[in-house]
Design a protein around this ligand. Structure first.
Ligand code: NAD
Length: 487
C-alpha cells in the first residue's frame, strides 16, 4: 500500500481569520495547536477561550438579539443567501482548509463545502416561510392562533468530522429563525469555522449575531454558558457520550436541546439486490470521509446467496483505493483525525480478528508520521465482537452473513443507536417493509447517501433528539406561542 503525500497549503489570506470572534471583533491568541493529520505537524495555533470569554460572547449575542429578531425575514434571507454565494465563490480555498485540518480527501472536502453552503441557501428560502396556524376549538369556544418566535440565544457545538457542514446546518436555521448564536467548533478543526465566520461578516451578518470561540476545556466553558439564563438553546452534534453529559448539564436550567449523536448504521444487502449498485452504495456509505461519518455503514449484513460475491467485490474496490494526504488530488482515503483514532480502529479490528474474523484486505495501521489506516474488509465477523456495537469511525467494513429477513431486521436493531440504515433489494415492497422494521431516523433504499439540506436529518434511540434540515429544521430554533382568541 502506497501513501501519497503532498505539501499541505491553503492559499487565500482572506480566510486566515483565526482568533476568537466575539461581537464582530477578532481576538488573536494561542493555546490550541491545530495538527495536519497527514503529517502530524502543527499548522496553526488558535486561542483557548476562558469562561470569561464565553460570557462576553453571551453578552455580544444578547446585545445583537433584539436587532436581529426585528430584522425582516426577507433581509435575514438575503444575508444567508449572500453567505451561500460567498462560500460557493471560495469553495476551493475552503475545501483546501478542511482537507488540511481534518485530513479528508479533497473530493470529500469539495463535496462537504457544496453540502454546507446549501444549508445557507435552503434556510435563506425557509426564512421567508416561517409557519403559523389558526384553528377553531372543537367546542367553538374560541380561536387558536399559533405563532412561532425565535427561541433566543443558541449555543452550537460541532464535531471535527464535517467542520463546515455541521456548523451551517445549525447557523442557517438559527439565523433564519431570528436567533443569535455562539458556535464552539471542535478543537481539532477550528480553522474552517473561523474562515466561515469571516465570510459571514462579508455577507453582512451584523456584529454579535454569530460569535465563534474555541476552547481546550469545553466542559466548564459550555456549562457556564448553559447556566446563563439568557441562553435558551443548545444544539449539539457529536458523540453520544458527550451528548448525555450535555443533556444533564442543560437540565439544570431546562435549556431546550437538539442532539445529533453517534450512529451504528446497518447496511442490509438481500439476495435479490443489484450487486453492482449495492457495491457502489456500500463504497459511498462506508468510505465517504474515510468512514468518519455518523451515517457511515458500520455493519454490513449480507444474505447468504449474495454474500461471497459481495465480499469479493467490496474487497477489490477497497483494496484499489488510494490512501494519502487529503491535499493530494489522487487521494481517495485520507488520514484519520488523530493517532488515538487509529489506535481505536485497530483495537476493534484486532478484537474481531481474535474472535475469528478474517481481513480480506487491510487490517493493520500504515507506518509513517500521519494517522493512516488502510481500507479494510473483515468477513466472518461474530455478532458479539465489539466492532458490531461501537462506532468504527474509520475505513473498515465489517461483514456478517444472514439468512432471513426477520433475522436481518433483528440484527440491525441490536444497538442503542438509531441514526441511519441502508437496505438494498430489488423488491421495493420488501425494502420498505424492512425499512419500517428498522429503528432509525433515516433509511437509504438502494442508495448509499442520504444527507440533503431539504430532508429531516436525525436519529432515534440514543442517536439523538430532533431533526436538522428539511422544513421542520427551523422549528428547532423557535418556540410556538399560542394566543387564545375570544371573538
Ligand atoms: P465529541 O462528542 O468528542 O465532540 C463533539 C464536540 O463536543 C466538540 O466540539 C467537542 O469539543 C465538544 N465537547 C467535548 N466534550 C464536551 C463537554 N464536556 N462539554 C461540551 N462540549 C464538549 O465528538 P467528535 O469526536 O468531535 O465527533 C464524532 C462524533 O460525532 C461521532 O460519534 C459521530 O457519530 C458524531 N456525529 C454525529 C452527527 C449527527 O448528525 N448525528 C454528525 C457528525 C458527527
Amino acid at each position: 500500500m502506497t501513501i501519497h503525500t503532498a505539501t499541505s497549503s491553503y492559499a487565500d489570506p482572506a480566510l486566515h481569520a483565526q482568533g476568537l470572534f466575539i461581537g464582530g471583533r477578532r481576538e488573536p491568541g494561542a493555546g490550541i495547536p491545530v495538527v495536519d493529520p497527514a503529517t502530524g505537524q502543527t499548522i496553526a495555533d488558535v486561542p483557548n477561550a476562558s469562561i470569561e470569554d464565553a460570557m462576553r460572547a453571551v453578552d455580544a449575542a444578547e446585545a445583537a438579539a433584539a436587532g436581529w429578531r426585528a430584522t425582516p425575514p426577507r433581509q435575514r434571507s438575503e444575508i444567508l443567501r449572500r453567505w451561500f454565494q460567498l462560500m460557493s465563490e471560495h469553495a476551493e480555498e475552503l475545501a483546501g482548509l478542511i482537507s488540511l485540518e481534518n485530513g479528508k480527501a479533497l473530493t470529500d472536502a469539495r463535496g462537504e463545502v457544496a453540502y454546507a453552503a446549501e444549508f445557507f441557501r435552503w434556510y435563506a428560502e425557509e426564512a421567508t416561510r416561517i409557519p403559523g396556524e389558526f384553528r377553531h376549538t372543537p367546542s367553538g369556544s374560541h380561536g387558536i392562533l399559533v405563532d412561532h418566535e425565535p427561541i433566543g440565544i443558541a449555543v452550537l457545538i460541532t464535531p471535527w468530522n464535517f467542520p463546515a457542514a455541521m456548523a451551517t446546518r445549525k447557523i442557517g436555521p438559527a439565523l433564519a429563525a431570528g436567533c443569535t448564536v455562539i458556535l464552539k467548533p471542535a478543537s481539532e478543526t477550528p480553522l474552517t469555522a473561523y474562515a466561515m465566520a469571516r465570510l459571514g461578516e462579508e455577507a453582512g451578518v451584523p456584529a454579535g449575531v454569530v460569535n465563534v470561540l474555541t476552547t481546550r476545556d469545553p466542559g466548564p466553558v459550555v456549562a457556564a454558558m448553559l447556566a446563563d439564563p439568557r441562553v435558551r438553546k443548545l444544539s449539539f452534534t457529536g458523540s453520544t457520550g458527550v451528548g448525555r453529559v450535555l443533556l444533564a448539564e442543560a437540565a439544570k436550567s431546562v435549556v431546550n436541546c437538539s442532539m445529533e449523536l453517534g450512529g451504528n448504521a446497518p447496511f442490509l444487502v438481500f439476495d435479490d439486490a443489484d450487486l453492482d449498485a449495492a457495491l457502489d452504495g456500500a463504497m459511498i456509505a462506508k468510505m465517504r470521509n474515510a468512514g468518519e461519518a455518523c451515517t457511515a455503514a458500520n455493519r454490513f449484513y449480507v444474505q447468504a446467496g449474495i454474500h461471497d460475491a459481495f465480499v469479493k467485490g467490496l474487497t477489490a474496490r477497497m483494496a484499489a483505493m488510494k490512501v494519502g494526504a487529503g491535499s493530494d488530488p489522487a487521494t481517495q482515503c485520507g488520514p484519520m483525525i488523530t493517532q488515538k483514532a487509529v489506535a481505536k480502529i485497530h483495537h476493534l479490528v484486532s478484537d474481531a480478528m481474535k474472535r475469528g474474523a478474517r481481513a480480506t484486505t487491510g487490517g493493520a495501521p500504515l507506518p509513517g508520521d500521519g494517522f493512516f489506516y488502510p481500507p479494510t474488509v473483515l468477513e466472518n465477523v461474530p455478532v458479539d465482537a465489539a466492532i458490531a456495537h461501537e462506532e468504527i469511525f474509520g475505513p473498515v467494513a465489517a461483514i456478517y452473513r444472514f439468512a432471513t429477513e426477520e433475522e436481518a431486521i433483528r440484527l440491525a436493531n441490536t444497538t442503542e443507536y438509531g441514526l441511519a440504515a441502508y437496505v438494498y433489494s430489488g423488491d421495493l415492497k420488501r425494502a420498505l417493509r424492512v425499512g419500517k422494521g428498522i429503528e432509525t431516523g433515516m433509511v437509504g433504499i438502494n442508495r448509499g447517501l442520504m444527507s440533503d439540506p431539504a430532508a429531516p436529518f436525525g436519529g432515534v434511540k440514543q442517536s439523538g433528539i430532533g431533526r436538522e434540515g428539511g422544513v421542520t429544521g427551523i422549528l428547532e430554533f423557535m418556540e410556538a406561542k399560542y394566543y387564545a382568541l375570544e371573538f
